[in-house]
Write a protein that binds this ligand. Structure first.
Ligand code: MN
Length: 487
């Protein structure tokens, strides 16, 4: 009997291994969904294998499910205290969630176990640097109300060198000619003069700061607006949207629904173009904040590094100030509510509650502001723990109740890559739109944008595919720990 039992065990282990191999192959092909599916099946047969948990953790990291990645990595190191990759993956998950101290603890463990491992030491030191820097930032933040970078700038006296032949604002103002020249200039991978970049930033901060946290607009019968999802530094795909759908104008309004920066290595170009159009058409060109218009994300996913590489640390600080003034949601004709992430961790939140959010800050770890930037829909009723490890997942019943209470018809959100560029869920009440095709040069997804007309508010979906971009890879400016942790 014992023999028979152990033979069955061996058989089960073999079939789990086969499933793992299958998952590994999907992983190599960057099909993370199927990789996760087969690691999960392997784990159902053999739940004591640290490597299965470790591998699935990495697949979750790649799909931005940091909450699940963290749980799997934790399982892995619990099963095998010497499984170094498990510590690395848990550290990466924590870094991605902005929990730098927790990450440091894991790097410390690895350094202790492997005192001669140079790579481990480097990661430990890099993470330690971030923890110290964060502690320093907290110290000065509590010391006194932080001064604005704007007060320390003397833009007037910045000189534009004679050999600069790029676009300049006209009498300090953004014009359509300037915008066209700037887009062309960026397309040729040239840098906007820092004076012009500062002019745009200072002016757009003023414009955004005057807006409420919930922007409300009315489309007339004949009006149409285009709603775009995440663009994530994919500048050439942004230009393609304008190519396909026309340049923004008073008769061609747009709403960009957050996550303009990070990951893609042309984030500076994307954001300066979007801010330029905001200045040119303040009432017809709309921008909402995404979870990536935040310091923690920018530090890990490239935007901070990119601004520092193309300009200065000081300019990044100003970007951060401007991002804090981006509105959090937009209501169209009192019927359609648009936000980057989604609905709330608790029942009963009203439009009035959104209006009242004091948004000029880094988003808190929980509460309505956090939910608007971070939550995701789920197919089953109720709410669940977030796969991302931040905010929650909300079901169709949550959406229905929220819409009823606020007399809305449906919501449009972004925040998740979708194969078709968009997805309609919750019986048509929750729409996702994502506008970064072939996300990170990896996913192979389409991009999409939505047309909404004042006459009927029925969403019309338009899909598009990725266009080529110059040979600068996504994440080129991201924190090295993030790059390494994803390997
Ligand atoms: Mn997002």
């Amino acid at each position: 009997m014992a023999d028979c039992g152990s033979a069955m065990m061996a058989e089960a282990e073999r079939s789990a291994e086969t499933l793992k191999e299958k998952a590994n192959n999907y992983f190599k092909d960057k099909d993370y969904e199927n990789a996760i599916k087969y690691y999960t099946e392997a784990l159902e047969i053999n739940p004591d294998n640290a490597i299965y948990f470790g591998n699935r953790s990495l697949a979750y990291l790649r799909t931005e499910c940091y909450g699940y990645a963290l749980a799997d990595a934790t399982h892995a190191v619990e099963l095998d205290k010497n499984y170094i990759k498990g510590y690395y993956r848990r550290a990466t998950s924590n870094m991605a969630l902005g929990k730098f101290k927790a990450a440091l603890k894991d790097y410390e463990t690895v350094v202790k176990v492997r005192p001669n491992d140079k790579d481990a030491k480097m990661k430990y030191q890099e993470c330690s640097k971030i923890v110290k820097q964060k502690a320093f930032e907290r110290a000065i933040a509590s010391d006194e109300l932080k001064r604005s970078v704007v007060d320390s700038l003397d833009i007037e006296s910045m000189t534009i060198e004679d050999d600069y032949c790029g676009p300049k604002l006209e009498d300090g103002k953004v014009t359509l000619t300037f915008m066209k020249e700037m887009m062309k200039w960026f397309k040729e991978q040239k840098k906007l003069h820092r004076k012009c970049a500062y002019q745009i930033l200072v002016q757009v901060k003023e414009v955004l700061a005057k807006l409420p946290s919930l922007v409300e607009i009315t489309l007339k019968e004949a009006d149409k607006i285009t709603i775009c999802g995440d663009t994530h530094g994919q500048y050439y795909d942004l230009l393609n949207i304008f190519e396909l759908n026309g340049l923004p104008s008073e008769t061609n309004p747009y709403l960009f629904n957050g996550d303009f920066v990070d990951r893609g290595s042309f984030s500076v170009e994307v954001i300066l173009t979007l801010f330029g159009f905001k200045l040119l058409y303040p009432d017809c060109f709309h921008l909402l904040r995404g979870n990536h218009e935040t310091d923690n994300m920018n530090q890990m996913y490239g935007f901070e590094g990119e601004v520092k590489a193309k300009y200065t640390p000081q300019m990044f600080e100003l970007f951060s100030e401007v991002f804090q003034w981006l509105p959090l949601a937009q209501c169209i004709n009192g019927k359609v509510l648009v936000m980057h992430g989604g609905l709330f961790s608790e029942d009963g939140i009203t439009l009035e509650d959104i209006r009242k959010i004091n948004r000029n800050r880094q988003p808190p770890d929980s509460g309505p502001m956090c939910d608007l930037l971070w939550s995701d829909p789920q197919p089953q009723d109720g709410r669940s723990v977030s796969k991302r490890g931040v905010s929650c997942q909300f079901g169709p019943d949550v959406t229905r109740k929220f819409l009823e209470q606020n007399k809305l018809e449906y919501i449009i959100r972004s925040h998740e890559v979708k194969a078709e560029g968009y997805e309609v869920t919750h019986a048509g009440k929750c729409i996702t739109v994502f506008s970064a095709p072939n996300y990170c040069d990896q996913i192979g997804n389409k991009g999409a944008y939505i047309h909404l007309r004042g006459s009927n508010l029925i969403p019309e979906f338009h899909q598009f595919t990725a266009v080529p971009h110059p040979n600068v890879k996504p994440m080129a400016y991201a924190n090295t720990l993030m790059q390494l942790g994803m390997m």
